[in-house]
Every structure is written in structure tokens, then in C-alpha cells.
Ligand binder design. Structure first.
Ligand SMILES: [Zn+2]
Ligand SMILES: [Zn+2]
Length: 381
């Protein structure tokens, strides 16, 4: 009886009011159970005690009859032949305690799915694989076929995926009875875990295949020819349904996603279907005009005309000389960005000529930007 006196009130323990609804009780319990669960607090005796107390409180308060008795008689209701017959009889089984299983289901989900055997013997789909494949800009321009090879879990050829040597049917796991989960009792509360015998599969193979050790799959190199169409963009994904990992227990295979990574080019910068190219030209060509030679993505060269008086950064658009457009016979444009280069390391002769050029240039309209700037400065003062 003295232990009864020392016991904390169940409502206080869960941190709810006496009028708490079932939902409030469940939510309060769930929070505590998550917080103090032994999986999260290994070797922590205090957490374990709190976990047990929360379990006990919730077990009583979530049962309408027990809650009514508790409200009338307090802890005494469950002492010495009270309703539940004390701790031992409080029903650790699956019986009158519904909320428990749900909550643990939720919790194990939150813990990252211990065992993961929810589905028991249901077929599992194989994983979808992502294969990053690098292609050059030229390859993206004209399209290309590439052979890739990668290790992947495939259906075991020795046992044809059954996992057993003699192709015998898998047997129901004796530990969990095929559920894939086991209920463990610790004192009066119970918890569910993934079955350790069958790893949550629900079945075991008594004569495992020597090749795949009962897994039904082995990891083997897979070769695949990938056709990359012209005009693909960086990040384009080519999908191969069923090209991924083999499934288990008759499950469908996963898919394969080949994700294209178009390499940066040393000359061209791609923007959508257009190609930009920075072309340095001498200041003399810029001033007098002339022809420049530019390369194209399809391996030719083109002549482009520089107008006399071309300024730095001026762009020239060459229509239809850009990237091929995916699923079309069109092409984007090539855009030339002129970069005017000022000569360096001048000889005495060159300096002389430029000096002379400067002297004869005077002030009349050869440098409109310089003159405009000087004018604006003058107006400032
Ligand atoms: Zn096998
Ligand atoms: Zn099992």
C-alpha cells in the first residue's frame, strides 16, 4: 500500500488534464514514448523507468473501464485484486489494448523502420538506379551511342530468384509466424520489432542457394547501350523502365535513370540551344573592320565580318550555327562576343606610329564616348 502512495498520478505523468480526450491522451503518450523509448536511450535507466511509467499510465487511461475505475479509486483500483488484478494481469498481450500497436507502428516508422517487414511476404520492387553519364558538348550536339556498364542486383541465375537450392517454396518463419515482426514483452508492456530470424521477410529458406545465399539476387555487371539523342541538355534523364535492380519474391524490377551531364566546353558556352563564343580581335581590326574566323560545334570554320568601328563586347548572331534542337531538325544560333585586345609589349616603332596616330586624331568625333564623358564631367563643376 505504501508504494501506492508514492505513485505519481497517471494524468500528471502524461501531462494532461483529467478531462483529456482519447486523442489528447494518445498524443501525450506518444510524445513521451518517443522521447524515452529504449532504442533512443540505450543504457539509460531513468529513461527506461519513465518509459515504463508512461506505458502504464497510458494502458490504464486508454481503456474506458480502467480509466473510470482509476478516476474513482485512484491507484488502489489496481491493487490486490482490483480490476486488472495488479501489474501482472494488466494485459501485456494484444488483447484489450488497441492503441499500442498503432503507436509502435508509427514509432518504428519514425525510427527508420526496424526490420522493415511491414508487408511480410509481399513482393518487393527492386530499387531504381541513377547512372550519371558524362557527354561532351559535341556529343550532345550530334547525338551518340554509349555503352555503360555497372554492377546491379539481378535475379540469381542459379536458383532463378527463388533463393533455394532445390527451388523449394520458402517456409513460413517459425519465429514470427510469417508476420515479419515479433512482439517482445518486457514486464507488462510489449513492443514490436522486426523479426530477427527472417529479417522481416516473414519466410525463411531452409536450403539456401549457394550462389545468392538465399537472397534470390546476385550483384553482377550489367552492360547497356545508351542512345543519346542530339540536342540533349545537361541534366536530361533517359529512363529505362525495369532497367534497375531486380525485385524480390516476384516483385517488379526497379527502373534505371541515366542522367546526362554535358561537359563544359573550352570554346563554346551553351545557353539553351544557343552557343556563345568570345572572340578576341585586335584593336586595328575593330577600328578598320575585317574578317575573323570562328569554329563551329560541328567541326567547321566560318568567316564572320567585323564592321569598322566595332566596340568591345559587341555581339554578332550567326543564325542556325548553334546546338541542334532536341527532337527537331532546327538549330540554335551562335553568338559571337567580340573582345577587343589592346596590344602589349610595343616596339619603339609601334609606339611612334601610335603617337602619331594620336596627334592626327584631334577632337572631331573619333572617340564619341571619351568626348561625351568629358562633357558630362564639365557639367558637374
Ligand atoms: Zn540463387
Ligand atoms: Zn520471422
Amino acid at each position: 500500500m505504501q508504494s501506492t502512495m508514492a505513485k505519481q498520478d497517471y494524468y500528471d505523468l502524461l501531462g494532461v488534464s483529467k478531462s483529456a480526450s482519447d486523442k489528447e491522451l494518445k498524443s501525450a503518450y506518444r510524445k513521451l514514448a518517443m522521447k524515452y523509448h529504449p532504442d533512443r536511450n540505450p543504457d539509460d535507466a531513468e529513461a527506461e523507468t519513465k518509459f515504463k511509467e508512461a506505458n502504464e499510465a497510458y494502458e490504464i487511461l486508454s481503456d474506458p473501464d480502467k480509466r473510470a475505475a482509476y478516476d474513482r479509486f485512484g491507484h488502489a483500483a489496481f491493487e490486490n485484486g482490483g480490476m486488472g488484478g495488479g501489474r501482472g494481469g494488466a494485459g501485456a498481450g494484444a488483447g484489450g489494448f488497441e492503441g499500442f500497436a498503432d503507436i509502435f507502428e508509427e514509432m518504428f516508422g519514425a525510427f527508420g523502420g526496424a526490420g522493415g517487414g511491414r508487408g511480410g511476404r509481399a513482393p518487393n520492387r527492386g530499387a531504381t538506379l541513377e547512372y550519371p553519364l558524362e557527354v561532351s558538348l559535341e556529343e550532345a550536339f550530334k547525338g551518340v551511342k554509349k555503352t555503360i556498364s555497372f554492377p546491379v542486383k539481378q535475379t540469381c541465375e542459379t536458383c532463378d530468384g527463388s533463393g533455394s537450392k532445390g527451388n523449394s517454396e520458402p517456409e513460413t518463419c517459425p519465429t514470427c509466424g510469417g508476420r515479419g515482426r515479433v512482439r517482445q514483452s518486457q514486464g507488462f508492456f510489449a513492443m514490436e520489432r522486426g523479426c530477427p530470424t527472417c529479417q522481416g521477410q516473414g519466410s525463411i529458406i531452409s536450403d539456401p542457394c549457394g550462389e545468392c545465399h538465399g537472397q534470390g539476387r546476385t550483384t553482377r555487371e550489367k552492360k547497356l547501350s545508351v542512345t543519346i539523342p542530339a540536342g540533349v541538355q545537361d541534366g536530361t534523364t533517359i529512363q529505362y523502365p525495369g532497367g534497375g535492380e531486380a525485385g524480390t519474391r516476384g516483385g517488379k524490377p526497379g527502373d534505371l535513370h541515366v542522367v546526362l551531364n554535358v561537359r563544359r566546353h573550352s570554346v563554346f558556352e551553351r545557353n539553351g540551344n544557343d552557343l556563345h563564343v568570345e572572340t578576341p580581335i585586335s584593336f586595328v581590326t575593330a577600328a578598320l573592320g575585317g574578317k575573323i574566323t570562328v569554329p563551329t560545334i560541328d567541326g567547321r570554320t566560318l568567316q564572320a565580318t567585323i564592321e569598322p568601328g566595332t566596340q568591345h563586347g559587341k555581339t554578332l548572331r550567326l543564325r542556325g550555327q548553334g546546338m541542334s534542337v532536341y527532337n527537331s531538325s532546327l538549330r540554335g544560333d551562335m553568338i559571337i562576343h567580340t573582345a577587343i585586345e589592346i596590344p602589349v609589349q610595343l616596339t619603339e616603332k609601334q609606339k611612334e606610329i601610335l603617337q602619331e596616330f594620336e596627334t592626327v586624331s584631334g577632337e572631331d568625333g573619333h572617340y564619341p564616348r571619351v568626348q561625351g564623358f568629358l562633357k558630362r564631367i564639365k557639367n558637374l563643376f
